[in-house]
Design a protein. Structure first.
Length: 157
């Protein structure tokens, strides 16, 4: 059986970082994941809001580097659990337990929209793509390849 989920979306609020009574880090957050299709009546894309929980070092990582609005990639598994709320009603919670978390974007500075944490500023004009020779064009001579003089015809394996 297989229980594997990959999600990419934006955090709808800052992650909630806590410690269990035994001292284990846990961070919970919700992400908005756009659907691939548009609503027939409004023509707008809709989103699903998915709860995610992370534990230990991954929880510390999310709490330190992610905030509301950041794009995040989650690799994990789906979990359903039952609990009793404060009024004594039985409830069911479905959430993703994250195993790995990845950045889905780069960090931006708030003031000028540039990139933070040592990333270079985004270029307004892209550099032209390098020209590649056609497949049937001759390979230019140079130090890219060396000829083997002592080929005995034997395979090395």
């Amino acid at each position: 059986m297989l229980n594997k989920i990959f999600l990419m979306g934006r955090l709808v609020a800052d992650p909630d970082h806590r410690q269990t009574p035994s001292g284990t880090s846990v961070t919970t957050f919700r992400i908005a994941v756009d659907r691939d299709f548009r609503n027939k009546e409004t023509g707008e894309k809709e989103a699903d809001f998915i709860s995610v929980v992370t534990w230990r070092a991954t929880a510390d990582f999310v709490a330190k580097y992610f905030s509301k609005g950041r794009m995040i990639v989650v690799d994990g598994r789906l979990q359903t659990r039952n609990y009793t709320d404060r009024e004594g009603n039985r409830r069911t919670a479905t959430e993703v337990v994250a195993e790995n978390i990845y950045f889905g974007d780069t960090a931006r500075r708030d003031s000028d929209g540039g990139y933070d944490r040592g990333y270079p500023a985004q270029q307004q004009h892209a550099a032209p793509a390098p020209q590649r020779p056609a497949y049937d064009a001759p390979v230019p001579a140079g130090d890219q390849f060396t000829e083997l003089d002592d080929d005995d015809g034997e395979l090395p394996f």
